[in-house]
Design a protein around this ligand. Structure first.
Ligand SMILES: Nc1ncnc2c1ncn2[C@@H]1O[C@H](COP(=O)(O)OP(=O)(O)OP(=O)(O)O)[C@@H](O)[C@H]1O
Length: 770
């Protein structure tokens, strides 16, 4: 490109950077002022709380004043945090103000307008946009349009324009490192350079290089159910994160970050992606793993995690697997719905509500209340009415108790502070006289004492969901592929686990659904968007439960049917058919991503060769070494080779991940390795991903990537059949730059002779790195 052109662009960058510097100074001053103000109010707030509370009037006035002050402090803090975010955004922009430029003409106007696009928008004092946010409607031209006539969507409808030029920049610390004009979505040069970098502790945002098909996912605002089937490394996770940032911008008046929930595969992954949204000036959405979410709702029970389940999967009997398959199907959940709809009072497993070791409400009292409502009402409505009736009875008993001696004694001995706390929210004039106030306080005391009874009613603890689930299964079992005795055995096991306060993953979603649907609870109506990454790891029953739990959400499901661990690979079509028959949504859309960006060309080419439909996957053209396969005669030799490979890889790469099948293997490899090389063994509970040499069971490495991957023991013994294709594929595709496989003896049949002969990999029997 013309040297002069680059000079002109650098001048513009300098101007923008200088204006940003001014803006940073102004915002910093404003922030400092806001901070001082908050501090001042907070100080006067704490001195106000120490006034004396002896006189009734004073007491009540203080309470009202305090509330007002609390409101003021929270408004000031909010203002302060807005300024802080702005400051952070301007500082980021100053380093790299933009990455793209588009020159467009509007219909009827021949003068081309130059628009610069960056991670956030920036206006000068006159209000002129020096940088457009990448999410602004007009910026979509940068991602979608090729030169010529283009259209972009605005709140007022589609607009036309003519795209004259598209230019890309790489700007670091205010210096243009690279710039070129392109007609593509985003030219390969920039992408090459982004992908050539070494792996980082945190995932990076990709806004400068978003690809056309990824842009479709990011900017979709119409679908209620958006399903993305994307091959490994195709940018699914990246796309969801930029999508969240886009939605927060697009619906900024109506959508908050905590109305978005992302179900992620594991905690390491949560940490790995945690910086993407802040780097775009947005707050993180809520993030949770499915096991965490379920455990929260089943307090008191230890829910089996997906990892624990993988660990015991090999030991499951056929009967267990058959029953499990039934429990994971959509039909099972549908049957729960009908079962609950038809329950009679006699069939419901009520239990006593206790207090101080005695029954406060007996189950027969509760059943009687329940049965008093019209049979035609929905079961959940009858539950709500039952709860209201019980709460009414509880209130009456509270009123009766307020004049008890113990209550009077407690008031007399109460400190002023406590008295004041109990008066919280009351205003001057709310009480007629002192005895009314005393009655109010007495009521508060008894209410607090009986809080556990109230909680038990509120939380539906007057029904035993486990016995109810057992009853449901005993009715359901007759109509399934498993025999009644097979079911009976599983129910027994289920009840045994409950005794030990444990529950298997496949029982958790149906049990919760039964409890919540029957009692009419467990729904979150404020959440607006739900994202599920690695959707292939969810059963339809689990998805159905989430659909019930978040009825008002739009769904984005992402996954790769080929990366299903420890089960046969399901074709995308099969997976989608299952989803479609369960999610009867009005606007659903399927987007397929077939291009893989993460790994080098040779790694992707090899990895896809083990898949039945691998030919559909397109490898991004990035050079690298051929994957290497080391075959040894025995375990000891394999460990020796492992040490050599690790030592060599370490010289070149920041992270070397040894990916293994399960915890047992992880321990074994770690034990052998750590005396030779500094090694970290990663466990389920780990939340951060260190650099260096790591040993990780594959299910913990889902969604992650590493500079160099060593696939441990890819032998026939370890991966005997097609059930492991998805597992191996997931392992291979974690590698960004280098992949080495070590096999103790004969290689797994998943890597076929044909693959081995087609010269896409380097095979060594005994390799030496001397
Ligand atoms: N448009 C892009 N620009 C730059 N980098 C990209 C782009 N798309 C994807 N990448 C990079 O490719 C790698 C894989 O992306 P990501 O993890 O989002 O893929 P994925 O489909 O979720 O993968 P998997 O299913 O294998 O976990 C990441 O390093 C990501 O930064």
């Amino acid at each position: 490109m013309d040297i002069n052109e680059k000079k002109i662009e650098q001048q513009r960058v300098d101007e923008v950077v200088s204006k940003l510097a001014d803006k940073i100074d102004d915002t910093q001053a404003e922030y400092d002022r806001a901070h001082d103000e908050t501090k001042r109010v907070q100080q006067s707030y704490s001195s106000n709380t120490s006034v004396n509370y002896f006189e009734v009037d004073d007491r009540i006035e203080t309470s009202a004043e305090l509330q007002q002050q609390r409101g003021l402090v929270s408004r000031l803090t909010e203002n302060e945090s807005i300024l802080e975010t702005q400051l952070e955004t301007y500082k980021q922009l100053k380093k790299s103000p933009y990455f793209g430029r588009i020159d467009i003409t509007e219909p009827g106007d021949d003068d081309a307008e130059k628009l610069y696009i960056g991670t956030a928008s920036f206006q000068d004092k006159s209000g002129e946009f020096l940088v457009y946010d990448w999410r602004a409607p007009i910026s979509s031209i940068y991602y979608n349009g090729t030169l010529g006539d283009v259209e972009y969507e605005t709140p007022m409808g589609m607009q036309k324009a003519n795209l004259k030029k598209k230019r890309q920049f790489q700007i670091n610390d205010g210096e243009i490192r690279n710039m070129f004009d392109t007609n593509e979505t985003v030219g390969d040069e920039l992408l090459q350079s982004a992908l050539g970098n070494q792996n980082d502790e945190y995932m990076q945002n990709i806004v400068a290089t978003i690809q056309h098909e990824q842009n479709d996912i990011i900017r979709d605002t119409k679908s209620d159910l958006l399903v993305v089937q994307g091959v490994a490394g195709s940018g699914k996770t990246s796309a969801i994160l930029q999508r969240i940032a886009f939605l927060l911008y697009h619906s900024r008046d109506t959508l908050e970050a905590d109305q978005i929930i992302l179900f992620s595969p594991n905690r390491l992954f949560s940490h790995y992606i945690s910086e993407v949204l802040p780097s775009l000036g947005e707050r993180n959405m809520r993030q949770v793993t499915f096991a965490e979410f379920i455990s929260n709702r089943l307090k008191g029970l230890r829910v089996q995690s997906l990892f624990e389940r993988y660990e015991v999967d090999d030991t499951r009997s056929d009967a267990e697997l058959k029953v499990r398959q039934e429990k994971e199907a959509g039909n099972f959940m549908d049957a729960i719905t009908s079962y609950c709809d038809q329950l009679t009072p006699e069939q419901i497993e009520f239990s006593n509500i206790g207090f101080n070791g005695e029954a406060f409400f007996t189950k027969s009292e509760i059943r009687k209340v329940f049965a008093s409502f019209p049979a035609a009402l929905k079961t959940a409505d009858k539950f709500t009415k039952t709860k209201n009736a019980l709460i009414k009875q509880l209130r009456r008993r509270i009123d009766d108790e307020t004049s008890a001696d113990w209550v009077n004694d407690e008031i007399d001995e109460m400190s002023n502070e406590r008295y004041h706390d109990l008066l919280e929210g009351k205003k001057l004039g709310d009480f007629q006289d002192e005895s009314a106030e005393r009655f109010y306080i007495a009521r508060q005391i008894v209410t607090n004492r009986l809080q556990s009874v109230y909680d038990a009613i509120f939380n539906n603890n007057f029904v035993d969901p486990y016995l109810q689930y057992r009853d449901f299964i005993s009715q359901y079992s007759a109509f399934t592929s498993a025999t009644e005795s097979e079911w009976a055995e599983q129910i027994k096991e289920f009840m045994n686990r409950i005794e030990l306060h444990r529950i298997d993953l496949d029982d958790a979603a149906p049990l919760l659904y039964l409890r919540d649907y029957m009692c009419g609870g467990g729904q979150n109506n404020t959440m607006k968007y739900l994202f599920i990454d690695e959707m292939q790891d969810y059963s339809i029953a689990q998805l159905k439960y989430l659909k019930y739990a978040f009825p008002q959400t739009k769904w984005t499901l992402l996954g790769d049917s080929e990366q299903a661990l420890f089960k046969e690979v399901e074709t995308p079509k099969q997976l989608l058919d299952r989803l479609n028959s369960s999610f009867k949504t009005r606007h659903s859309r399927l987007i397929s991503l077939l291009k893989s960006y993460r790994s080098t060309y040779p790694i992707t080419t090899f990895a896809k060769s083990i898949l039945p439909n691998g030919d559909d996957i397109e490898a991004f053209q990035r050079d690298g070494e051929l994957p290497e396969l080391v075959i040894t005669d025995n375990l000891n030799e394999s460990f020796d080779q492992l040490v050599k490979v690790v030592t060599k890889q370490q010289q070149e790469f920041g992270t070397v991940a040894i990916l293994v099948k399960n915890v047992e293997e992880a321990n074994q490899v770690y034990e052998k390795l750590h005396s030779h090389v500094d090694t970290t063994l990663l466990k389920d509970a780990d939340r951060t991903l260190p650099k260096g040499v790591l040993v990780i069971p594959i299910y913990l490495a889902k969604g992650l990537e590493f500079d160099s991957v060593i696939a441990w023991d890819v032998s026939e013994k370890n991966y005997p059949n097609d059930n492991y294709t998805g597992t191996l594929y997931t392992i291979f595709t974690r590698a960004m730059h280098s992949l080495t496989m070590i096999s103790v003896g004969k290689v797994t049949p998943i890597i076929t002779q044909e693959t081995l002969q087609t010269n896409q990999i380097k095979i060594d029997h005994t390799i030496s790195y001397d």
